[in-house]
Design a protein around this ligand. Structure first.
Ligand SMILES: C[S@@+](CC[C@H](N)C(=O)[O-])C[C@H]1O[C@@H](n2cnc3c(N)ncnc32)[C@H](O)[C@@H]1O
Length: 228
């Protein structure tokens, strides 16, 4: 997918350093150094921060709340569309988020940005469904992408996936299973699930799209796919 440029937005986003990471490839294999720099500490294996990566953050409601509620982790959000990314970054600036950074990238490039085992958890929230069969390869849960995530998600790492789209959900469950991931906490109606309170926090923190669809009474589907 091509990056869309709106005149002036790059300059506006740049005003929000340190929340936008410029040339993120330079940190591949060294994200703990980057994090230590942001937190003004010395990187030691003992103090290693878990990296939680959301792919396709939109306006960043979910990742900003997760970063606030889980300050023990470092949160990184990737987004292609600058007009929504700008809102996500403005939100981070508002609360001076110490443990949050954004990448203005195509998710296709994440294998050049993270090294083997460098990411602890991935979040895919309301990814574009690409309903036509001929576009299946663009779905972020297509095996083409799962192979990429496998390159940098740590063994035992989890992909947290939420969507309102039943066809995409069914497709994704099959893709996860056929590509060696095991499934946990599969639910077809998250907000009516009696186990909701026992799920990890990310199940209860709503994204922008989730809020919109839930208000209309649409069920939200969710699962966790675990890398062996
Ligand atoms: C349907 S929106 C969902 C936004 C947000 N996660 C939510 O739940 O409210 C999907 C987002 O993923 C982004 N996206 C889709 N494909 C992408 C790609 N290849 N690289 C980066 N971002 C992408 C889109 O720009 C869009 O903002």
């Amino acid at each position: 997918m091509r990056l869309r440029r709106i005149p002036g937005t790059r300059e506006r986003i740049r005003q929000y350093a340190p929340w936008l990471v410029e040339e993120p490839q330079q940190w591949q294999g060294r994200w703990q150094e980057y994090i230590a720099g942001r937190l003004e500490t010395t990187p030691t294996p003992v103090e290693r921060k878990e990296i939680h990566l959301e792919l396709g953050v939109g306006r960043g409601r979910f990742i900003n709340q997760m970063a606030q509620e889980q300050p023990q982790h470092f949160w990184i959000g990737a987004e292609l569309r600058e007009e929504v990314l700008l809102t996500a970054i403005e939100r981070a600036e508002k609360w001076q988020a110490p443990n949050l950074a954004f990448l203005w990238i195509d998710i296709e490039t994440t294998t050049d940005i993270f090294a083997h085992g460098e990411v602890d958890a991935i979040y895919l929230n309301f990814s574009d469904p690409w309903p036509k069969d001929r576009h299946a390869k663009r779905r972020l849960t297509h095996r083409r992408f799962l192979d990429r995530y496998r390159q940098y998600l740590k063994p035992g790492g989890k992909i947290h996936f939420k969507t309102d789209n039943r066809d995409l959900f069914d497709f994704s469950l099959e893709e996860f299973k056929e590509n060696g991931f095991s499934l946990e906490a599969v639910t077809f109606d998250l907000h009516k699930d009696p186990n909701l309170s026992s799920y990890d926090l990310s199940a209860r923190v709503m994204t922008e799209y989730e809020n919109r669809f839930s208000q209309k009474g649409q069920p939200i589907h969710r699962c966790i796919a675990v890398l062996p």
